[in-house]
Design a protein around this ligand. Structure first.
Ligand code: TXA
Ligand code: MG
Length: 322
């Protein structure tokens, strides 16, 4: 491809991202299915395209440390790792800034965000042209192998095809990025990947820690730290009772005058997924202020994104302190 064709492709891809669409982008590790990480509906579309039965948090791709600093808090140790390895196959899980403006669906309701700056010219160009952080998991259907060519993306069984696949040739690294979580003076290895443990240890100056058994990203739904509201939850609620906040869906809405929100009045599961974490948080906060103890939730269908929504609701409702 000529430079001019390449520039045109990136420009088109950036426009698609900015109006909320999906683009497959090459990185040095694997192809990512990218969307604007600040838009709930676009992030929901990623989950829908992958056919994921669960919401697990996604990596936000940024151009560099300066861009990352708009969304996360970078400790001195994190800064050292970033200086040594960005752009490159290292993802850092860091505290989300309160003013980050990222979709809560990106971090599946957690207070942290996984960020990385890919070492690939097209990915870098796309992030800069779109001027947005890009949420991007591997561009394959859930449960299938990560794509390392544009052709793999086309044949990878995605349930929604990206509007554009930016073809950057075969990926240089071919396995996903290494994910670490720096906290204070320690660094925990959450996912082994394209950057070797020993290289990270050299810079960190200490051995990497193993995550608690239940915190392994291989079973993302099992993360102990997943968001649970302070209020109790009552699922499959046909109607709102006294003393409850209500999270409705479709026709099943709250009582007039009582505290309630509707995930999607029209019964659209993508809209519901996009609103889920934001509305749960908002209701939880209001419950605290108004002395309500329970959030009741309308029944949700279990097809399409409904399965992931129900999975997350069940986790939010599970007994605490485990
Ligand atoms: O190489 C890669 O990292 C590729 C390319 C496209 O950049 N991307 C990728 O993204 O693998 P994704 O979204 O599939 O990786 C998500 C992984 C999950 O295993 C998830 O559990 C972990 O990152 N993760 C994301 N945010 C997290 C958080 N806040 N806390 C803990 N783990 C997190
Ligand atoms: Mg994957």
């Amino acid at each position: 491809m000529s430079d001019r064709e390449n520039n045109e492709t990136i420009k088109t891809a950036a426009e698609i991202i900015r109006r909320g669409g999906l683009v497959a982008m090459p990185t040095e590790t694997v192809y990512g299915l990218a969307a604007d990480a600040t838009r709930d509906a676009s992030v929901a579309k990623i989950f829908e395209a992958k056919g994921r039965p669960r919401f697990n948090p996604l990596i936000c791709h940024v151009a560099d440390a300066e861009m990352a600093a708009r969304y996360v808090e970078i400790s001195p140790l994190a800064g050292k790792l970033i200086d040594a390895f960005w752009p490159g196959p290292l993802t850092l899980v860091l505290p989300r800034r309160p003013d980050a403006g990222l979709s809560l669906l990106v971090s599946a309701g957690l207070d942290t965000v996984a960020v990385r700056a890919p070492a690939h010219e097209s990915a870098q160009a796309l992030i800069r042209a779109a001027d947005r952080p890009l949420a991007a998991p591997s561009a394959n259907r859930s449960g299938r192998i990560s794509p390392t060519t544009a052709d793999h993306v086309r044949t990878g069984g995605l349930l929604i095809q990206p509007e554009l696949i930016v073809d950057g040739g075969p990926c240089r690294v071919g396995v996903e990025s290494t994910i670490v979580k720096p906290e204070g003076e320690t660094v925990t290895l959450l996912r082994p990947g394209g950057l070797a443990r020993a290289d990270i240890e050299k810079v960190a100056g200490a051995p990497l820690m193993d995550p608690p058994q239940t915190d392994k990203p291989q079973a993302p739904g099992m993360l102990v730290s997943h968001y649970a509201p302070a209020a109790g939850m009552r699922l499959n609620a046909a109607a709102q009772r006294d003393g409850e906040a209500f999270l409705g869906f479709g026709d099943v809405a709250g009582e007039p005058g009582a505290l309630s929100m509707n995930l999607s009045a029209s019964g659209d599961l993508r809209e519901a997924a996009a609103n889920l974490f934001r509305y749960l948080r908002a209701l939880d906060e209001q419950c605290g202020e108004r002395g309500l103890t329970t959030i009741a939730v309308a029944p949700m269908p279990n097809d399409g994104l409904g399965e992931a929504i129900n999975d997350r609701l069940a986790r939010a409702a599970a007994p605490r302190g485990q």
